[in-house]
Design a protein around this ligand. Structure first.
Ligand SMILES: N[C@@H](CCC(=O)N[C@@H](CS)C(=O)NCC(=O)O)C(=O)O
Length: 217
């Protein structure tokens, strides 16, 4: 059996979420670069792996799975030495799942909506999008409560999923320490992870360079 293959570009938040999980569990993986901007997700070969043509996509033992949330929970369930990153306890798991769905259905869409609103000529559109992002930050602050991590007192894949997106969003809509103290402390805590730079920091930097390049075209 070969190494699991992660298809995607590490500048994308959803790919970085999977890389954080892979590094946390010490997975020996290969990253195959697939660039949607070069239509590489639409080749016949890639569409056979993932008809939805999204990255990240994982190929493991000849089988494919996509959506960063599904990939991360699968990798932990299959390869992690214990269940701490995706607990088997039903309530704890439901809390992690809720945070993952929050990333997918609230946080990420609001990030993309903000990106789209930046192109609007109506300043109110951008202001509304900013308010909506700040409301999402406020939800996260409340999810944290007094805990160190988003789904309680230990690190889970929910932290990785939200970290990858949140660390990207704050370049566009900063989260002020006074307004979101728990969230800012959480971010600082996670950036200290030994694999943070390789799994998220480097790709995030490439993302920012890519955005700058697009803006200058
Ligand atoms: N909810 C999905 C989102 C995946 C997604 O939409 N990925 C985008 C890049 S951020 C993509 O693959 N776009 C290329 C395409 O649709 O062809 C996940 O978490 O994996």
């Amino acid at each position: 059996m070969g190494k699991p293959i992660i298809y995607g570009m590490d500048r994308g938040p959803t790919v970085r979420a999977v890389l954080l999980t892979a590094h946390a569990i010490g997975l020996d993986y290969e990253l195959h670069e697939i660039d949607p901007h070069k239509n590489e997700t639409k080749t016949e070969e890639f569409l056979k792996k993932n008809p939805q043509h999204t990255i990240p996509t994982l190929e493991d033992d000849g089988k494919c799975i996509w959506d960063s949330h599904a990939i991360s929970t699968y990798l932990v369930s299959k390869y992690a030495k214990d269940d701490s990153l995706y607990p088997k306890d039903l309530y704890k798991r439901a809390v992690v799942d809720q945070r993952l769905h929050f990333e997918s259905s609230v946080l990420s869409p609001r990030m993309f909506a903000f990106g789209a609103a930046r192109k609007s000529t109506d300043p109110q559109v951008l202001e509304n999008a900013r308010t909506s992002v700040l409301e999402a930050y406020d939800f996260l602050e409340k999810f944290l409560g007094g805990n160190e991590y988003l789904a309680g007192d230990s690190l889970t894949v929910a932290d990785f999923s939200i970290l990858a997106t949140f660390s990207t969003m704050i370049s566009f809509v900063p989260a002020e320490q006074e307004k979101f103290p728990g969230l800012c402390n959480w971010l600082n805590r996670l950036t200290q992870l030994p694999y943070y730079q390789k799994a998220n920091g480097d790709g995030l930097q490439r993302f920012m360079e890519h955005i700058k390049k697009l803006a200058s075209q």
